[in-house]
Design a protein around this ligand. Structure first.
Ligand code: IDP
Ligand code: MG
Length: 172
């Protein structure tokens, strides 16, 4: 296996249902069992573009429209997700094991999704947490959700670019 394909980092999202149910603390406590390190964390208001790019592998599924609404918080009156990067050996494997199966009804009862997830009448699995599925997806997703400067370790190669005339909000 080449270096960049090792299971060393995963994107974690606490989805809007997890935030609405005040599960942030519980989920982070559960994930701390992995002994992995959190190397990035932020709250994100998810644009349609970000949602569709994140879930692009599911765009032909009948539940895609609902899934995009779900991750954008339109079903929970919580228009945000918490995004984190967990870092360390076996990050994906460890976090997916704690998260449990995609379908909360099939997830082990003690897993995060088994404990807190549900299936809506609209047909979306509201499973409170996202974990990347493999190292390639983890790299794609982490680069989609975070800039290099938002991550406190060097996960992937970077380059320097001088950006001119880019409008940025700063403190007044
Ligand atoms: P994962 O989140 O376990 O990696 P994916 O197949 O990547 O599973 O699906 C992404 C998300 O889409 C799931 O977490 C779940 O919220 C939703 N989803 C996946 N498959 C189904 C389905 O068959 N019915 C309803 N929702 C689904
Ligand atoms: Mg997935």
């Amino acid at each position: 296996m080449s270096e960049e394909l090792k299971d060393q980092a995963t994107l974690i999202l606490i989805k809007p249902d997890g935030l609405k149910k005040s599960l942030t603390g519980n989920i982070l406590t559960r994930l701390s069992e992995t002994k992995l390190e959190i190397v990035a964390a932020k709250m994100v208001r998810v644009s349609k573009e970000l949602a569709e790019e994140h879930y692009k592998h599911l765009k032909d599924k009948p539940f895609f429209g609902e899934l995009i609404k779900f991750i954008r918080g339109e079903l929970h009156d919580r228009k945000k997700v918490m995004a984190l990067v967990y870092w360390g050996d076996g990050a994906i494997k460890k976090c997916r094991e704690l998260a449990g199966a995609t379908n909360p009804e099939e997830a082990e009862a003690t897993s995060i999704r088994g404990s807190y997830g549900r299936i809506t009448t609209g047909g979306v699995y509201e499973n409170v947490i996202h974990v990347s599925s493999d190292p390639r997806e983890a790299e794609r997703e982490i680069k989609l959700w975070f800039t290099p400067e938002e991550i406190i370790v060097d996960l992937y190669p970077t380059k320097e670019a001088t950006e001119k005339e880019i409008k940025k909000k700063t403190w007044a």
